[in-house]
Design a protein around this ligand. Structure first.
Ligand code: ANZ
Ligand code: ZN
Length: 822
């Protein structure tokens, strides 16, 4: 009869013991601990499968490192600000704080039920003044360092969330059905990342962090992030969007120089017009005297960039072509973006698609200056309808005719003073203002006389007043919050009612975990210098740009403020794949979360870790979950039976050495897999060792010491993934001590040679099997016995040896004898 593993009781008991013994606290005297961090959860109210997978990974790795003797910092906190809390509070007739606190209580309980081992003494919650006062303090330091700007800007506005969005929070989506929006089917629509409502444009005074000051460094630093997945680095690279090209100066009548940026300076002879963005200095200057220009600017700034199309207005100025002296018309055009390059372009309709569309609309000349190389064959160009954007050979370009475009690109820049090598970045400054209540108040007051004035440090935190229900921003409704005194002149002033983007909170939270209760600084600089960077950071790939780019920016900015000596926050990044259910992402919002109750929380952990490599997606199937459960049951039964029946022997027999070697080989292999985060392969090795030990016991009485060591090894090796089971086995077999505090098992023999041989044997096993099959014809029972015992490696080795020795003269009878007498 098998011994039943009562997972519920076992879980509860060991969780109690861990808490009693405070086993996950970072030791007081720790220096340079291993810092393992999972992206802290947004306080949505319940854990979903993505969280479970994320935290199962960090927990397994933390436990493994702890058993290896490291001091491990494995903290947890709450990303607790954000719009959904306001919406939920509205729906539930409560307030965001109460709702958030309830969510935290529930989620913490869920984390504890899963048995994740955190140092809870370091718990942080971003919506607490103890935390967000440091957002305000850091805002001020960034401001003083010139990294904060207050600007009137046309911004992305989500009408549903009633707030502006950062550029990175606007997603592009192809329109599917035309009823849902004004855009036609097939067109690209720009929507809110959170609620998918199409965004509109608004002109507002807004706060920005000038992340663009770090564009170059953020881009170049990616090269050295060898511990990051290349996919994430590539996404950041594209987002930062480094572009090499040239800055070209055009002189404009009665205005002066206008610089444009172009990635294709060799097309300069094909420029037939100049266009500036509606926000460009020249456009603003013209608007003062030209009503048509003023009207156009006003009209276009309210439109979404995707709806601007080919609109534009011709001005009464002309530009001088810096190489030919030709006079080119100057336009204000909506497709030219204010904050890209210099905010102005030279229009080359023959070789740029947007310029082509604009020129066609405004009947501007299309002049070809690049023809595809003849060797490309008969490339049929139709410049009237389509730009040729490829490389080729220059024409109609004076002395450069016949030169390859790549060569000409460099030569033209080198030859003329009006052109200069330049690099631009697609990255935009980080818009941090949100017209919402549930976030960190921006520590500024607006005074008629003094302009915007920062709230003095000794008055921080600017605390959030109580929540009021209203349609707009509740902070605007709070007269006692809004109306204040100017810290400089004492006159009446209006407090800033925007709050910070919650990504500010998460940009530096990893630092707060070092010294969560520090009262006079956001974090302890000395500890940060000693303990950082975060050794391993685990989270979803959806954070590849927003969070992970902002964190890299913040770390650099803090370094430049002398608060840190690191410039990169994270050494190793793991972005975990998605858990799928019937092909769909498993999430609470889709209602397809499989509750862990049935098989116990630990089955879920073990399953999500053993199902696939952390970075791969995998399908949740009841069958495989059952597999994870059965493994626990089997191991438990093995340990219980051993302890109760102790039917073992002490004298050594021939095959003991094989088992002992396999135990060592498994230790070595599993260690290797944990080091590389390949938990799924560790699980497979563990399973194989368990199978071997079961056969060992079934075949013969097992050797007392070897068998016990095998079982203890299994308990230790599985404990990072299944800690409750690990403790239970450990306790059964040893009667004392905790596996969580035990040393990681080490191999008693050097098995490197053996591992190699075994690999060789495995790879020749297929061939060898033929020989065994032949042998089985003569001695079917005996061979079947061997194979049923599944001493496949021994069989394989011996048969392989024998086959080798005897070459073509295989005597199957003696072969089988040799196998069986081994
Ligand atoms: C002239 C030219 C000729 C360009 C040519 C391209 C091809 P992409 O298109 O992503 O490679 N550009 C520069 N500043 C801009 C702004 N503020 N708003 C809109 N467009 C702008 O980006 C590089 C090109 O974008 C630049 O090179 C410029 O057009 C345009 F055959 O200059 B090019
Ligand atoms: Zn004032």
């Amino acid at each position: 009869m098998t011994n039943h593993y009562d997972h519920a009781q076992v879980q509860e008991f060991w969780q109690y013991v861990w808490e009693r013994d405070d086993v996950y606290a970072l030791p007081e005297d720790a220096d340079d601990p291993t810092y393992v961090l999972g992206m802290f959860p947004y306080t949505s109210g319940t854990l979903h499968m993505g969280h479970v997978r994320n935290y199962a990974i960090t927990d397994a790795y933390s436990r493994y490192r702890r058993m290896q003797g490291d001091d491990v910092l494995h903290p947890m906190g709450w990303d607790a600000f954000g719009l959904p809390a306001e919406n939920a509070a509205f729906e539930r007739k409560t307030d965001p704080r109460s709702w958030t606190e309830a969510c935290i209580r529930r989620m913490r309980e869920e984390l504890e039920t899963m048995g994740f081992g955190y140092d809870w003494s370091r718990e942080i919650t971003t919506c607490e003044p103890e935390y967000y006062q440091w957002n305000q303090w850091l805002f001020k330091r960034l401001y003083e360092a010139g990294l904060v700007e207050y600007d009137s800007a046309a911004v992305n506005w989500c009408p549903d969330c009633e707030t502006v969005l950062a550029a990175a929070q606007v997603e592009e989506r192809e329109v599917e059905r035309s009823e849902t929006s004004e855009a036609a089917s097939g067109e690209v629509e720009r929507v809110c990342w959170r609620c998918e409502t199409p965004v509109s444009r608004r002109e507002l005074d807004q706060w920005f962090f000038t992340i663009t000051d770090y564009a170059e460094e953020l881009h170049d630093g990616l090269e050295d992030l060898e511990g990051w997945p290349e996919g994430v680095r590539e996404i950041q690279r594209n987002w930062i969007g480094r572009q090499e090209g040239a800055r070209i100066t055009f002189e404009v009548d009665d205005h002066g120089d206008v610089d444009v940026f172009s990635t294709r300076p060799e097309t300069i002879h094909g420029a037939t017009y100049l266009a500036v963005s509606p926000g460009h200095d020249l456009a603003r200057a013209l608007a003062d005297t030209d009503d048509d220009v003023a009207d156009y600017i006003e009209d276009v700034r309210e439109r979404d960039p995707s709806e601007v199309g080919t609109s534009g207005i011709e001005t009464d100025r002309m530009a001088h072509h810096p190489l030919t002296g030709e006079r080119l018309p100057v336009y204000v055009a909506g497709y030219v973006l204010e904050d890209v390059g210099t905010g102005a372009v030279m229009g080359v309709p023959a070789h740029n698609e947007r310029d082509h569309a604009f020129a066609s609309e405004h009947e501007l000349p299309i002049e070809s200056v690049i023809v595809p190389d003849d060797s490309d064959g008969d490339a049929s160009l139709d410049l009237e309808h389509e730009a040729y954007t490829g490389e080729g050979v220059l024409e109609a370009s004076g002395e450069y005719d016949g030169v390859a475009s790549e060569t000409a690109r460099e030569r033209i820049v080198a030859d003329h003073d009006a052109l200069e090598d330049d690099v631009t970045y697609r990255l935009r400054d980080w818009l941090i203002s949100r017209q919402r209540y549930w976030g960190t108040p921006i520590p500024v007051v607006h005074c008629e006389d003094c302009g915007h004035v920062l709230v003095p440090d000794e008055e921080l935190p600017v605390e959030l007043p109580e929540f009021v229900r209203t349609t707009g921003n509740p902070l605007e409704e709070h007269e006692s919050f809004r109306e204040t005194e100017c810290p400089e002149c004492g006159g009446p002033a209006r407090r800033e009612t925007d709050t910070m983007d919650t990504f500010v909170d998460s940009s530096w939270y990893y630092l707060r975990f070092l010294s969560p209760d520090l009262e006079d600084a956001p974090f302890d600089t000395q500890l940060a210098d000693e303990w950082l960077p975060v050794d391993v950071y685990v989270g979803g790939e959806e954070h590849a740009i927003l969070h992970l780019l902002y964190t890299r920016f913040f770390t650099r900015a803090l370094a430049d403020l002398d608060l840190l000596d690191r410039r990169e926050p994270i050494t190793e990044l793991k972005s975990q794949g998605t858990v799928l259910y019937d092909g769909e992402k498993m999430s609470s919002s889709k209602g397809n979360v499989v509750a862990p109750q049935e098989y116990g929380a630990e089955t879920t952990r073990l399953f999500v870790l053993s199902a696939a490599h952390p970075e791969q997606d995998f399908e949740w199937t009841a069958n495989n979950v059952r597999g994870a459960y059965d493994l626990q049951q089997t191991l438990y039964d093995m340990a219980a039976t051993f302890v109760e029946e102790s039917d073992t022997r002490v004298e050594t027999r021939a095959h003991d050495e094989y088992v002992a070697r396999e135990i060592d080989r498994t230790i070595t292999a599993v260690t290797d897999e944990y080091e590389r985060f390949r938990f799924h392969r560790a699980a497979t090795e563990i399973q194989e060792l368990a199978r071997l030990l079961r056969r060992y016991r079934a075949y013969d009485q097992p050797h007392e010491e070897i068998y016990r060591r095998g079982l203890l090894t299994l308990a230790a090796l599985i404990s990072p993934m299944a800690p409750h089971l690990g403790e239970e086995l450990w306790n059964k077999l040893r009667g004392e001590g905790l596996v969580v505090e035990a040393d990681w098992p080490t191999a008693e023999r050097d098995v490197s040679q053996y591992r190699l041989e075994r690999q060789l044997v495995e790879s020749t096993l297929a061939d060898v099997r033929d020989i065994v099959d032949v042998a089985a014809i003569d001695e079917p029972e005996r061979i079947e016995l061997v194979v049923a015992q599944d001493w496949k490696y021994d069989v394989a080795r011996l048969v392989a040896d024998a086959a080798d020795e005897m070459a073509d003269d295989v005597d199957t009878g003696s072969l089988v004898d040799r196998v069986l007498t081994a």
